[in-house]
Design a protein around this ligand. Structure first.
Ligand code: PHE
Length: 345
């Protein structure tokens, strides 16, 4: 009887050693059969009561041997399964395959237009000044010689902060002129790019927010000829060496004399098209000699110093350069629109 039981266990050990399950499921079957909670060794353990006392120890050792055989076989099977899976994985990995494309963004047409303008003036030695968009009435209007009864100060045109008659969203970057002059003495040579706000009805041609680049040069002996040359250089760098400029007399409270600058239409070579409305000229900016009153308001000696200033809108220039016919597209951030633009700057 005992002999038979010993033989049975020996046979199981042999089975275990020979077993060669070759896939995941078969290995799992092996585990259940020899190591699971209802493994085939378990009932044999109960047979110990039929074993004579002097052989019980040997029987115990044999049973241990069987369990260890099952355990080490299972470990071995599992690690060969793992390395087979790894090898299969490595086979799939093609190191020469092209990577997943990284979608590249594009710069906003306002940013690229602005950057072009900035780099032209930087070449001429202008420094960049950035200032606040929430301004007080003094820097936006009073210092800039804009009288109390000027229509621009009307609530209709200017966004004042809630319940305030003092604080507003700047209506032009000319407020930066006042901020620069009150804190610095000439020579001052800056450009101020930034966003401005006006209470306008939004349409294809106008928006309540837009961008400007302001320019200011104050020093001894700055003349209108300097202004004209600076703007001429800008126009040729921006729109091509063949363009011409013309200055038309105009009015701004903070410059005297004042002018508006047109550039000969670079779309149609001044022959006449939609963009220039068949006049051959497109309006680009307002400019003039800084009014002595403005210099004095900001603490600069107007007997000693003179200056010129200019201010240009960015959106209209971007629209002409890129052939965009509705200003609202520039503020909607629709990627289908934006991804049409590529630029290095
Ligand atoms: N601030 C003026 C505007 O917004 C432009 C301007 C700037 C004109 C500087 C003259 C000098 O229209």
């Amino acid at each position: 009887m005992a002999k038979e039981i010993f033989a049975k266990v020996e046979q199981i050990i042999e089975e275990i050693e020979k077993a060669a399950p070759n896939d995941k499921d078969a290995v799992e079957q092996f585990r259940i059969k020899y190591l699971g909670t209802k493994n085939i060794l378990k009932p044999l353990m109960g047979e110990i009561r039929n074993i004579p006392n002097e052989q019980k120890k040997d029987f115990g050792q044999l049973m241990n041997k069987a369990r260890q055989a099952a355990e080490s076989k299972f470990e071995q099977l599992q690690s060969s399964l793992d390395s087979a899976a790894e090898a299969a994985g490595a086979g799939d990995l093609d190191l020469t395959a092209p990577g997943d494309p990284i979608p590249l963004g594009s710069r906003h047409p306002i940013a690229t237009t602005m950057n072009r303008i900035i780099s032209i003036f930087e070449k001429m030695g202008f420094a960049i000044a950035s200032e606040r968009e929430i301004e007080d009435d003094w820097h936006n209007f009073t210092a800039m010689n804009t009288p109390e009864d000027h229509p621009a100060r009307d609530m209709q045109d200017t966004y004042y902060l809630k319940d305030s008659t003092e604080m507003l969203l700047r209506t032009h970057t000319s407020s930066v002129q006042a901020r620069m002059m009150e804190h610095n003495q000439p020579p001052i040579r800056i450009i101020a790019p930034g966003r401005v706000y006006r209470n306008e009805t939004i349409s294809a041609r106008s928006h309540c927010q837009f961008h400007q680049v302001e320019g200011l040069y104050v020093d001894e002996n700055v003349s209108f000829a300097d202004l004209r040359q600076t703007l001429m250089y800008f126009a040729k760098e921006m729109y091509g060496a063949d363009v011409n400029i013309r200055l038309r007399p105009s009015f701004f409270p903070f410059t005297e004399p004042s002018a508006e600058m047109d550039v000969s239409c670079f779309i149609c070579d001044a022959k006449g098209c939609n963009v220039c409305k068949y006049t051959g000229w497109v309006e680009v900016l307002g400019c003039g000699m800084v009014d002595p009153k403005v210099l004095e308001n900001c603490g600069i000696d107007s007997e000693k110093y003179t200056g010129f200033a200019f201010g240009m809108g960015i959106e209209r220039q971007a629209m002409m350069l890129y052939g965009i016919n509705d200003i609202r597209l520039l503020f909607e951030n629709d990627v289908r629109f934006l991804k049409q633009f590529t630029s290095a700057i």
